[in-house]
Design a protein. Structure first.
Length: 181
């Protein structure tokens, strides 16, 4: 993927091996992994994540698309966006995103979410795209609603965290609900 601009200075590109250092800058933060089943990452965890993403890009048929989110003003990876195709037969996928906290609250999560949904429907020809988030992650819930997703329900004990099982809120959007932008 060439650069795909989401704003005047923020763009997606393919993740690269050398990006692990920038990824680690945010993946090692407790605030970033607070609602996740991973982290805060140690160096080896981050390197393994980047290697997994790069290996997934080589699998045919490709079912995992991980994009580095770059701020060209500082030439640094500030987050990532991902689409996973869960079922080729049912044309179903899932999106996820992560941002460095320095970029929280600036509308970038919404730009990332929209770009992922647009790619899922326009390029990957998905019928349904879903996303999950922690019930206490209000910011992520707002992003999912802004990008056109509907709250479909609560998945009980969906993820194992260090302190125990976590429920997740399930959001979804269908291709006929997508406005194309």
């Amino acid at each position: 993927m060439e650069r795909k601009y989401l704003s005047t200075h923020i763009y997606f590109r393919n993740l690269r091996k050398e990006d692990w250092k920038d990824v680690h800058d945010y993946a090692s933060l407790e605030s970033v992994s607070e609602f996740q089943s991973w982290g805060p990452n140690h160096v080896n965890d981050t390197i393994a994540y980047v290697e997994d993403a790069l290996n997934a890009a080589k699998v045919i048929p490709k079912s995992r698309y991980v994009h580095a989110l770059v701020d060209e003003r500082v030439d640094k990876v500030i987050g990532a966006g991902e689409i996973i195709i869960n079922s080729f037969t049912n044309r179903a996928g899932e999106v996820g995103y992560i941002l460095h906290p320095d970029y929280w609250g600036k509308g970038i999560g919404t730009l990332v979410g929209k770009a992922l949904v647009n790619k899922g429907f326009s390029e990957l020809k998905l019928h349904r795209i879903s996303a999950t988030c922690h019930p206490q992650n209000i910011s992520s819930q707002k992003v999912l609603i802004k990008i056109g997703m509907t709250l479909e329900g609560r998945i009980r004990h969906h993820m194992k965290l260090n302190e125990g099982w976590r429920d997740s809120l399930l959001y979804g959007i269908l291709e006929n609900e997508w406005t194309g932008g």
